[in-house]
Design a protein around this ligand. Sequence first.
Ligand SMILES: *Cc1c(COP(=O)(O)O)cnc(C)c1O
Length: 374
Amino acid sequence: MEDLEKVFDHKAFGYAYTRIGNPTLSAFEQKINELEGGMGAVCTGSGMAALSTALLAVCESGDEIITARGLYGGTIDLFHDLEKLGIGIRFAEELTADAVKSLATEKTRAVFGELISNPALKVLDIPAVSEAAHERGIPLFVDSTTATPYIARPLSLGADVVIHSTSKYLNGGGNAIGGVIVDGGKFDWDFCKFTALSEFSKYKKRAFTVRLRTDLWENLGGCMAPMNAFLSYIGMDTLGLRMAKICENADRLARALSKIPNIRVSYLSLTDHPYHQYLKSELSGYGGGIISFRAGSRERAFRIINDLKLAFIASNIGDVRTLVIHPASTLYCRVPEAEREAAGVYEDTVRISVGIEDAEDLIRDFTEAIENNK
Ligand SMILES: *Cc1c(COP(=O)(O)O)cnc(C)c1O
């Protein structure tokens, strides 16, 4: 009883109950924390649980968050939910340093962006945006799901908190939903301003993670299932191999498709991509696994997708198998057109999440499907 009493009182390390802590979850958290170079990580039941828990840990009713249009659809919906709780969301067209300067107020508690958005493939300039945020005493939260620590480590570029949907590339096999919040531990919280954290002020730079661990994450209950942590941990053993192959395949496939007339291809390693300059400066030269192309019409996009023999039609990304979808009629079917287009999703957009198959096979599959459906 004495030992367990200390565990419950946070005076001794130990496992009291799986929602609050579990050795498999700890192993998974330590691994992603090391990869991202963080001070501590908390894993969650999904990427959405990671996003909602992380933002609610620093925001109360009346506070504000700065973000951009063109986010992951679920995240846009989450921001509308947060608005209903009294948290103001200020949407910039593009999340730049200037946007932060003009939208920041006394009430701003977080700047939130995606390192590589999908499928628009806008790249967040983390050094510039974090500098603008830090000058105003605001932390930068980055969703790095599509980049993974193989391509970039946002904390080392200036971000304060990194969030992943581990359901995608970190797991890699599409067999377990999950999320993780990694705290860089460098942000200097002003506890008069961040009243959501003031109860935890004695933990100083660890206040965010301590609040998650002993309060909000525990109480909202969005923990990860240990079996999912186990599957994702094993998946992460091959992250480097998979990402190297996925990025190489995507680069080769995008180059091959860009030579076909009557389609318009978007991929970060193509020199005509508007965010190509960030490939070297922030992304270690890797463009990631998402390619999109515009087929000219929704009807042609459907015909091409239906004609593919190797690629699976699925809404997921980050799998070892190549997945393809028509986002406008599925993932974005309830998103208004202007918001949908800000996310790079047009009526004729086809999204590809490139897998680890043989590159020649993939090029042949897509080339034939496109050329057979003119
Ligand atoms: C999938 C995804 C999410 C949501 O993650 P889930 O694990 O599906 O809850 C959040 N952000 C991005 C960028 C994603 O791709």
